[in-house]
Design a protein. Sequence first.
Length: 337
Amino acid sequence: MQQQPVDKKLIRIYINDRCTPEQLSSIRQYLHDPVYQESLGEWLLLDWQQVSGETYTPEADAGKKYQEYLALVRPAPATPVKQLSPFRWWKVAAAAAFISVVALAGWRWQQTRWQRDAQEHQWVQLHNEAGKRTKIMLPDSSLVYLDALSSLQYNQNFGITNRKIILEGEAYFIVQHGGTHPFSVQTAGLTTVDVGTAFNVRYRNTESSIKVAVAQGVVNVMKSQQPEVSPIATLTQQQLLLFNTNTGKATVQMLPDTAGIGAWRHGVLIFRKQSLKEVAAELERYYGISIRFVHPEAGNGIITTTLHHSTVDEALDIVSMTAGVTATRSGKTVLIK
């Protein structure tokens, strides 16, 4: 069987953009026709070396007042009735009405305070399963895009006594300006305080870092247990904070552009020099599938690629070709070998 060369330029177009139907047909032939196996393998090996720099190796007071008010208006024990003059009766009635109004106002004020205090301990909880992403309008009209396998909580008094969000997972925030309370996002040991902006926060308990990226405006990032201390970083547009949860070390990077910040909400997944294991975990969350490796060391391969509005099968084809593996899907289960 005579081996045939692959079109390297076409492969690059397929990995970094979207092919035409005709080009996609050629790519599928590369993947499944054995005559292209050697040529495709040589190209993949060269690409790995260029990307990684090395050869690939798998690797209670109000209540009292209210009772006093009841004592004033409760009927007294029967005693001989003493007639009052019309003038004195009018004064007594006016005094009683005044006391009733004051007591009722005080009771209503306390009820409102009790209700507000109770709401301080009540939380709205939202959670997305794998394969699901949602757009949320908060009570202050701020927008949140919540990623798959992510959870978000906010207080019932959000916008009244606070604007605090608790996040686990990933979310993109477009914050409404104004308000008497700062908008803050707490995740793990960090709190990100908005100064009127759009930003993305990511932290998953399977990862060792918290990532905060600013698409517009400014945010202050501080340690949650020490809010009175100066921020560990003030981020402006196009900056990314990486906070290592194991060492407590924070680094700030300048991103090439803002297009990639929160791109997942538009159906774009970007992977830059990431292990196949990390990529597989992201695909599991995004598509709601389960990926398993026949040989775990294959997950150590480093790849770089971008998925544009890809179906699950298209995504698996691209990743398989880039990583030099075979992905077999049966329903929601994918086997990589």
